[in-house]
Design a protein around this ligand. Structure first.
Ligand code: MSP
Length: 658
């Protein structure tokens, strides 16, 4: 079994007292899609997580409603900008409750409370002498709402939209952003987690170090754009969208005197994807500095969801609709997938096939199975009543330790926005408990009438399941509450304290009745099997069986396959693929043979060390996700997981299988 705490990061758990989380305010020129749903779900999970960690928490999202893009979209729709933004903003506002998003506020940049603060800050920065009037000419892309320099264009086109920008020369107001370059670099260097993960901090540092930071054009003449916030010091101009939009983060808190502002600023955690790194990492902190406001605490940057290796976009037509996913697979499975599948900071590919894979392996098999079998055993052996535990055994102490390590990993990694690793850490306990059932064999204890031991085993299982369900509330609120209900508990977030869960044991009350079964995550047919109706499927199947009937081969052909028994010596996770392990096997050669095996969903690295496996050694070596694979390990896929082929007795590494 894995040692407890195997996944613990080095850093000590930081307990935050106040936590203010924001999403980008989304443009209302298109309907919400998977990308928006992802950021907002992450923010929601973090807000819920911090509520359970005992922090005072505030969660803000909203819509960004000014600018050229909106005017164009409204025109195309035959609506006034106001009518148009009201319609689309409502789509966002209506989507979030359906996804169980627990935001405390929703801000729109067309609201008077926002307009007021934008004008106040503009005036403040203007009075301080950091805004000046000047002439500027540049290539303007309407899609990006920004000017491009010659150098930035690719073959004369906008690198993002592949459209020819318009050359515009006009007088405008500029914010002296350049003045704050050294301050910003210094601040980033002194606060290494100001921008995280690391790769984005590095990107910003190299951008700042690579040359002069330009001043920022912050206005548009009304002759060109009226749909914006008027500059308080020149009625002929409106503010540039970014100067307007970023201010939402403090406007919603009631800057400058609001209680919420005093309470939650600067405890801000902004959450964005890499597309809007520069405005958040450079424009926003320098704007705050110029306005005499403390910088936010952290900028958390994630990668893109790709569909077939391409960023989702309306024009390509590869947009994934969050509600369709929710309807097809259930909200919690969808939320779990989003957090588990993407390594925060890196791009990830979205596919329904991968979603189904996770649902079946992690939720139906591991978690669902644990709940189903334990609840049904509680009914079979104790009439559904939670037994009082007897004396604790070594096995119980061991699983408790695994639990502590798993929960600690979950909490530490979530604190750092590393959701995938946090969930992976928690699953050590889920899988550990399934193994604990097999090892303690409650059915035998029942047969032997060993009620004392049986009571302890069932209690250990149920109490750990309670802990798992509580930890999963930030990710799968509905399923978590249902799981707890099945354990006879009414969930109250106010009463939960996650850090205490590490040390407290026995909150589950003996004598309570549990549900008979738990079918929260029914298995879903793999995507290939979907489509034809049952009757058609039958016909297809027999056709397929005939076609796929295994052809016979000559004995000489079989002899060409070199099968050897190997002993697993080292195992590592594949650095770029969650499902793969790098298994190094002693097959009697001078060096260990590395096999890249798709077994990470079923085995933890430590479980494999010392195991004997059967390896196809003369498969042509090939690279799998950049790692060399020199063979193949033989395995059997079962209904509940996977088994490896192994000799019944120990044999020397390299023994030929014949
Ligand atoms: N209005 C600005 C943000 C202003 S914040 C002060 C904006 N809006 S947006 O509608 O374009 O939203 C961009 C954000 O949506 C990304 O930063 C990210 O949070 C989310 N995503 C949009 N597409 C995405 C993917 N394909 N993948 C992941 N997230 C994506 O920019």
């Amino acid at each position: 079994m894995l040692a407890a705490g195997a996944f613990r990061p080095d850093k000590e758990n930081v307990i935050v007292e106040r936590f203010y989380i924001t999403t980008p305010i989304y443009y209302v020129n298109a309907k919400p899609h998977l990308g928006h749903a992802y950021t907002t779900t992450v923010a929601d999970s973090m807000a819920r997580f911090h509520r359970l960690m005992g922090a005072e928490t505030y969660f803000l999202t909203g819509t960004d409603e000014h600018g050229d893009k909106i005017v164009q979209a409204a025109e195309a729709n035959g609506q006034t900008p106001k009518e148009y933004v009201d319609t689309i903003s409502k789509l966002f506002q209506d989507l979030w409750p359906g996804m169980n998003i627990s935001n405390n506020d929703f801000i729109r940049t067309t609201e008077p409370r926002h307009v007021k603060v934008v004008q106040e800050i503009l005036q403040k920065v203007y009075d301080a002498g950091d805004i000046y009037f000047g002439e500027y000419g540049g290539h303007y892309c309407f899609g990006c709402e920004r000017f491009y320099t010659e150098k930035e264009l690719v073959d004369g086109l906008c690198p993002d939209h592949q459209t020819k920008p318009e050359y515009i020369a006009e007088k405008n107001y500029f914010f002296k952003m350049s003045k704050y370059k050294d301050w910003l670099l210094d601040h980033i260097n002194k606060n290494p987690d100001f921008i995280r993960p690391e790769r984005y901090r590095k990107e910003v540092v190299s951008l700042l170090e690579s040359g002069e930071l330009e001043d920022l054009c912050i206005s548009r003449p009304k002759s060109r754009l009226t749909w914006g916030i008027e500059l308080p010091f020149d009625a002929e101009y409106v503010t540039y969208v970014w100067f307007d939009a970023l201010i939402n983060y403090v406007a919603a808190l009631g800057y400058p005197d609001g209680d919420k502002f005093k309470k939650y600023w600067p405890a801000a955690n902004h959450l964005v994807a890499k597309d809007i790194l520069k405005p958040h990492a450079v424009f926003w902190p320098t704007m705050l500095k110029a306005a005499g406001i403390e910088p936010y605490q952290h900028l958390n940057v994630h990668g893109y969801w790709l569909v077939e290796d391409t960023k989702m976009s309306k024009s390509i037509g590869n947009v994934v609709e969050p509600l369709a996913m929710k309807d097809a697979y259930g909200l919690d499975a969808f939320r779990y997938f989003l957090l588990r599948e993407m390594s925060f900071g890196q791009d990830s590919s979205f596919s329904e096939k991968a979603l189904i894979g996770r649902l079946n392996a992690d939720l139906a098999n591991d978690l669902g199975n644990l709940f189903n079998r334990t609840l049904s055993m509680t009914h079979k052996y104790f009439g559904g009543v939670i037994p009082r535990p007897d004396i604790e055994d070594v096995e119980d102490a061991e699983i408790k330790k695994i639990g502590q390590g798993a929960m600690q990993a979950f909490q530490d990694f979530f604190n750092e926005f590393k959701f995938s690793r946090g969930l992976e850490g928690l699953w050590e306990l889920v899988r550990g408990l399934n193994k604990y059932v097999d090892a303690t064999a409650p059915w035998t204890l029942y047969k032997e009438k060993n009620t004392g031991r049986l009571s302890t085993v069932i209690y250990v299982l149920l109490e750990n399941m309670r802990k798992i369900a509580v930890h999963l509330w930030p990710v799968m609120p509905e399923a978590s509450e249902k799981m707890l209900k099945q354990l006879g508990i009414t969930f109250d977030p106010e009463k939960v304290n996650l850090p205490k869960e590490l040390d407290v044991w026995g909150l589950l009350e003996s004598g309570q009745t549990v549900a008979e079964t738990s079918n929260l995550f029914p298995r879903v047919d793999p995507i290939e099997d979907k489509g034809p109706k049952k009757s058609e499927k039958k016909g297809k199947k027999s056709e397929k069986t005939e076609k796929d009937a295994v052809a016979t081969i000559e004995f000489e052909d079989f002899q060409k396959v070199d099968l050897r028994v190997g002993t697993v010596r080292e195992v590592e996770k594949h650095p770029d693929a969650d499902r793969l392990l790098l298994v190094r096997v002693d097959t009697g050669d001078d060096e260990l043979r590395q096999v890249v095996a798709g077994i990470a969903d079923f085995f933890a690295p430590d479980d494999l060390i010392g195991k004997q496996v059967v390896v196809v050694t003369n498969l042509k070596p090939r690279k799998l996700r950049k790692q060399l694979s020199q063979g193949m390990i033989l395995a059997v896929k079962t209904k509940d997981g996977m088994e490896l082929l192994t000799p019944t007795g120990e044999v020397p590494g390299g023994s030929k299988v014949s």
